[in-house]
Design a protein around this ligand. Structure first.
Ligand code: PLP
Ligand code: COI
Length: 339
């Protein structure tokens, strides 16, 4: 293991040794290549630079209590990248190629997987870009697939401390028939302005609402939203929400621990009725929400005393991390041991 102060890591790029690459040209993917080059060389008229022909993924590997390194649900990220690629008319990496690249990148950077004791992890960032040179707005039949990794600490500073969130209708993240259900760069570009405003006002995240009525919860920053009440795990359903793999896992775990799971539209007015609320995602894991402020209606909602983690959020967080860190049996077959 590298001699790195794992506890000092934030969520940022950290140089590791090897990344994986493959190229799509003339109707076929090249074999995966492995390199220590951190740079890519591209023509200034490459379509991904102008028309947003780009999608990405995020997943993690964990050093377990038994010293084994586990990669979490890489096949799910592979399928989601395929659906993002289809929406952008980009060539799809096969599930096999995607998983192999992730596995090899973890294996070849195994010394960068943080120690078990640190609670940190290795974040993998697969990226797919359209590399056709041109000026016309059309599909790119040439592409590049990259997987690199960075050791990361907690995404939200302060770890499992409840976060403060703002409801702001200034900017929509995604339109109903747009790209919100895929992980394309454009969705993130269109959330930066409101995200910056939230940070300036002292909030961690923006609660994005549906772009038609501005009445239903969509996402909580770069994470899905869930609320808990009356023994139920409730999470928004909409065509413009990214189908989070963490949320999917939490739904399974919630059911397993006796909570009833509901996926349905969640109006903003329902926020005040939840006993607990949280944001969930690969980077965020579960970030409990302590306080929500609606900028337009002036409504303020506090969960618990605003600073404590609710019992169900904690139970779900532990159940998920127990599997990821090898403390519990992987009874759903979610992890892949990298050796
Ligand atoms: N929603 C958005 C907009 C995201 O960027 C992410 C992060 O990947 C998520 C939700 C959570 O998805 P996952 O749990 O698959 O990481
Ligand atoms: C993730 O949770 O993997 C994400 O992609 C969030 C990221 C955009 C910071």
């Amino acid at each position: 293991m590298k001699n790195i102060d794992w506890s000092a890591l934030g969520f940022d790029y950290f140089k590791t040794d090897i990344n994986a690459r493959a190229y799509y040209k003339d109707g076929a993917w090249s074999k995966l290549e492995y390199t220590d080059d951190e740079y890519i060389n591209m023509h200034m008229s490459t379509t991904c630079l102008h028309y947003g022909l780009e999608c990405f993924e995020g997943l993690k590997a964990f050093r377990g209590v038994d010293g084994k390194v586990r990669l979490f649900r890489a096949d799910e990220n592979a399928k989601r990248m395929q659906s993002s690629a289809r929406k952008l008319c980009l060539p799809e990496p096969s599930v096999e190629m995607f998983v192999e690249a992730c596995y090899e990148v973890v294996k070849r950077n195994i010394d960068y997987v943080p120690s078990y004791e640190s609670g940190a992890s290795l974040y993998l960032r697969p990226v797919l870009i359209g590399t056709k040179v041109g000026l016309g707005v059309k599909a790119s039949h040439e592409a590049m697939f990259i997987v690199f990794c960075s050791p990361v600490g907690a995404y939200f500073k302060g770890g499992m401390k409840p976060i403060k969130v703002i409801v702001d209708r200034m900017q929509d993240r995604a339109a109903p028939r747009g790209t919100g259900d895929t992980k394309v760069g454009g969705n993130y570009g269109s959330s930066i302005l409101s995200g910056e405003k939230a940070h300036t006002l002292g909030y961690s995240n923006v609660m994005y609402l549906d772009a038609v009525e501005h009445n239903y919860i969509e996402e909580c920053g770069a994470a899905n939203f869930f609320g808990i009440k009356d023994g139920k795990y409730i999470t928004p359903k909409s065509a413009s929400i990214l189908p989070s793999i963490t949320n999917k896992s939490l739904r399974t775990l919630a059911e397993d621990m006796g909570l009833q799971v509901e996926e349905r539209p969640v109006p903003v007015s329902e926020l005040k009725t939840f006993e607990e609320a949280g944001a969930c995602g690969t980077a965020a894991v579960i970030s409990p929400i302590g306080y929500i402020f609606d900028l337009d209606t002036d409504e303020k909602i506090t969960y618990g005393n605003g600073n404590e983690v609710g019992p169900n959020c904690l139970k779900l967080y532990n159940a998920l991390q127990d599997i990821q860190y090898g403390r519990a049996e992987d009874k759903f077959g979610w992890t892949m041991i990298v050796e």
